[in-house]
Design a protein around this ligand. Sequence first.
Ligand code: NAD
Length: 360
Amino acid sequence: MAKIAVLPGDGIGKEIVPQAIKVLKTVASKYDLNLEFEEGYIGGEAIDKVGKALPDETLELCKNSDAVLLGAVGGPKWDNLPATQRPEVASLLPLRKELGLYANLRVCSLYPELVGASTLKEEVVKGTDLVVVRELTGGIYFGKKYREKVEGGEKAVDTLEYTTFEIERIARTAFEIASKRRGKVTSVDKANVLESSRLWRETVTRLHEDYKDITLEHMYVDNCAMQLIREPKQFDVILTTNMFGDILTDQASMLTGSIGMLPSASLGGEVALYEPAHGSAPDIAGQDKANPLATILSAAMLLRYSLNCEEGAKEIEKAVSQVLKDGYGTGDLAQEGFKVVGCQEMGDRVNNYLLGEENV
Ligand code: NAD
């Protein structure tokens, strides 16, 4: 039996997570997996109900599960809270830290049917298939931060630190993933300016000695931002720091047609966490407009990495592909010839393929 902690969170989290659970239940019955799902509060909803963005019970639930499936947190209702109490900061960051999830994998591959949904030209994006391996529990998001009064106003300080240990373990993850893909790692830093990036580059270069069959290149983050748009097909595995990875993955999401297509897995500890790369999308929440595919594809990653069910993962990915081939998509994927459907119908269509039922 495997226990899955389910944390829908806020906004569209409530709509997309049930679609992924539906699909997981179908795969579980096909592959004789005994899955138990238990829900917990997180984010703004948890603040409203329990007074804390990451309640102790939720953290315990996650620690005592085999995997965590999360929707998204945050929204305008909680935007005016002090920065450290905002749902994103007060729930996601400590949850990642507590679970020891130092490696965030975001898969960015363009389904051929979505070429027209991308804002980039077909010849540029067609064939894009890359993974960003982002360091998740270190760097500037976790460094000491404070403010102090100075003459004429205030000073705000964020600190950016990395240790050899932190860099080595995330670099190893990237090399291992590249060894199962096309064998290339692009390590992204700002070594021309930042001392932490110089240590990053030295450490990655040294570790590369253990992975001689992998091609390693180094790239400055500003150049990488440009290259992602200029020629995304040059990338296989991008290895980078917490903040650079945060920004580059949102940019890279547009290569797949929509941020609603980008799944993610956060690994490193005993319990891994799976979530779409996007946020709670308050502008479309509660309207059955959200694209559930990033969450459904995150569920496929859960099967692959936490439950060792590669076949089930592949089946979900294939079902997603078939629905897109049929010409169905949520509004964010709208393109000529596509029929726009809601979040629930999109989930049903993927599920019907898994059940072997006809999609009408
Ligand atoms: P967002 O990702 O929520 O939305 C950005 C844009 O993309 C919006 O126009 C939204 O409608 C669209 N979008 C996002 N996901 C979509 C989907 N599945 N289907 C269709 N369209 C989708 O980012 P934001 O607007 O900057 O942030 C909204 C809230 O989410 C904020 O409170 C933010 O802090 C929070 N946030 C949470 C996470 C997380 O939980 N991991 C990540 C990013 C932002």
